[in-house]
Design a protein around this ligand. Structure first.
Ligand code: GLP
Length: 261
C-alpha cells in the first residue's frame, strides 16, 4: 500500500489524475475502472482539463464502472450512468461503445453479472481501478460482511450507506436498496488501484483500511493484499492514522525515478 497524504483534496485529486494520464500515455488503449460518489469529482475535473488544455485523448480507452442501483433507469438523474455522463463521459472524447456500467435493469441479473465479468476479462483486465471508501469501510457497494473473494453480483445496502447516499435522490422513496457491484475479488484483479478519501468523516474507515486487520468488517482493508494499491488522502481523512508521519516521510523521500510529480 502506498499512502499519500496531501494538505487538500484538490492536490490529492490532481495527483490521481496525473497517475491516470500517465497510464493513458503509456498505453493509449488502457482499461480504466471508474467510481462514482463525491470523492472522484475533482479528479474527473482535472482529467477534463487535461483533455481540453493538454489534448489528453480518451478515444481508445475502455471503461468499467464499479456499481449501479438495481431497477433505476440508466437515464434517471440519480443513476450512476447519469452521474458518469455528467461528470466525465460527456466532457471527454470517449467512444460510447467503450463505456461499461452494470445494468441495474437487466432482466436476468446473474447472467448480466457473469457477462460483466467476462467483458472485463475480454478487455484484458483493468489497468487502473479508481475507488472511494464508504464511512463503513465499503468498497464499491461491497458492504461489511461481503466475501473478500466475491465477484460482480447483487447486494443489499446497509442503513449507513442508504443514509449517506439519500442526498442524491430528490425523492428518497425512489432510492433503491439493492445494487449491482463488482465484487471484491473483481476489484483485486485490477493491476493497480487508486483509492481517494477526503474529510474527517472518513478518518475511522481509513484507519481501519490501512492499519486495522484485514477483515470483512472493513472490506477496503483487503487492499492491504493488493500488489499496487495507492491511497490518496487529505489531512482530514488521514487524521487518525498512527503512522501518519511515516507515510509523509516515505512519500517526500521517494527516489526521483519513482515520483509522479
Ligand atoms: C458510494 C459508492 C462507492 C463510493 C462510496 C463513497 O456508495 N458506491 O463507490 O466510493 O459510496 O462515496 P463518497 O465518495 O460520496 O463519499
Amino acid at each position: 500500500m502506498e499512502v499519500v497524504i496531501k494538505k487538500r483534496k484538490t492536490e490529492a485529486s490532481i495527483l490521481g489524475a496525473k497517475i491516470i494520464a500517465k497510464q493513458i500515455k503509456l498505453k493509449y488503449d488502457s482499461v480504466l475502472g471508474f467510481a462514482t460518489g463525491s470523492s472522484p469529482l475533482l479528479l474527473y475535473n482535472e482529467l477534463v482539463r487535461m483533455h481540453r488544455e493538454e489534448k489528453l485523448s480518451f478515444n481508445k480507452i475502455t471503461t468499467f464502472n464499479l456499481d449501479e442501483y438495481v431497477g433505476l433507469d440508466p437515464n434517471h438523474k440519480s443513476s450512476y450512468h447519469s452521474e458518469m455522463n455528467t461528470n466525465l463521459f460527456s466532457r471527454i472524447n470517449i467512444s460510447q461503445n467503450s463505456i461499461n456500467l452494470p445494468n441495474g435493469c437487466a432482466p436476468n441479473i446473474p447472467l448480466f453479472c457473469q457477462e460483466y465479468e467476462n467483458s472485463i476479462k475480454t478487455a484484458g483486465g483493468i489497468d487502473i481501478q479508481l475507488l472511494g471508501i464508504g464511512k463503513d469501510g465499503h468498497l464499491a457497494f461491497n458492504e461489511p460482511g461481503s466475501s473478500l473473494a466475491s465477484r460482480t453480483r447483487i447486494k443489499t445496502l446497509t442503513k449507513v450507506t442508504i443514509e449517506a447516499n439519500r442526498k442524491y435522490f430528490s425523492d428518497v422513496e425512489q432510492m433503491p436498496t439493492h445494487v449491482l457491484t463488482m465484487g471484491i475479488g473483481t476489484i483485486m484483479e485490477a493491476k493497480q488501484t487508486i483509492l481517494l478519501a477526503f474529510g474527517e468523516n472518513k478518518a475511522d474507515a481509513v484507519k481501519k483500511m490501512i492499519e486495522g486487520p484485514v477483515s470483512t468488517s472493513c472490506p477496503a482493508s483487503i487492499l492491504q493484499f493488493h500488489e499496487h494499491a495507492i491511497i490518496l488522502l487529505d489531512e482530514g481523512a488521514a487524521s487518525k492514522l498512527a503512522r501518519k508521519e511515516h507515510y509523509i516521510e516515505v512519500y517526500s523521500n521517494k527516489p526521483k525515478w519513482q515520483q509522479w510529480e
